[in-house]
Design a protein around this ligand. Sequence first.
Ligand code: HEM
Ligand code: HEM
Length: 170
Amino acid sequence: MAIAFHWLMFLLIAVAYATIELRDFADKGTLARMVLMESHKWSGALVLVLAVPRLLWRLFNGAPAPEPGPRWGHRLASLMHGALYLFLIAQPLIGIVMMNAAGRMLVVPILGIEIPAIVAPSEALNDAAGDAHELIGNAFYLIIGLHAMAALFRHYMLGDNTMRRMSRRR
Ligand code: HEM
Ligand code: HEM
């Protein structure tokens, strides 16, 4: 389950990043722009939805002990994993706050169902959430990159089992 959650959410986050980066290739008001923005919002919102069962699963089932290595490395990995878990909740939540604060709602595409707003419209909140969403979004390119590099370093340089055990059931 933990492996399935990890890679499914990785895909959703990749879609969220790709769609927001590609949005400026489509002019405002075009269908392509709308599809890119809705895909961004909904892949991101799905991350938030899945974060809840993922964290509960992690809380009750724990994780296998890390592969052998220095204690500082394990501490650093735990810190990074903590930050990544926080990101799964915070980034989509801030995205939704930003929209609702601007007086806009999240609407299920095609079905047209409106998700109730979680905050009242407020220009100050919209600005603050917008800044935070941009800052965290950019910072996590780096954090996710370091996380992936650590995994690849373990696989190719140390030759340990960390990457392998993340890619199949043991
Ligand atoms: C894992 C989830 C998410 C990630 C990684 C993410 C990341 C980003 C990034 C990198 C930007 C570009 C910021 C910039 O440089 O201007 C952005 C913009 C935006 N995001 Fe997200 N986001 C996520 C979830 C959401 C959700 C759930 C919503 C709303 C439902 C949302 C709404 C927006 C909007 C409306 C913008 C455009 C802001 C603007 O340019 O005015 N995001 N997001
Ligand atoms: C959006 C991107 C990603 C996020 C949010 C993310 C998040 C996480 C989190 C929170 C954990 C800790 C699991 C736990 O012990 O509770 C983890 C583990 C892991 N991640 Fe990622 N990850 C991402 C992308 C990647 C990528 C691209 C790779 C590989 C290139 C990768 C490889 C791994 C590996 C190998 C583990 C297992 C570590 C172990 O077994 O102790 N992750 N990831």
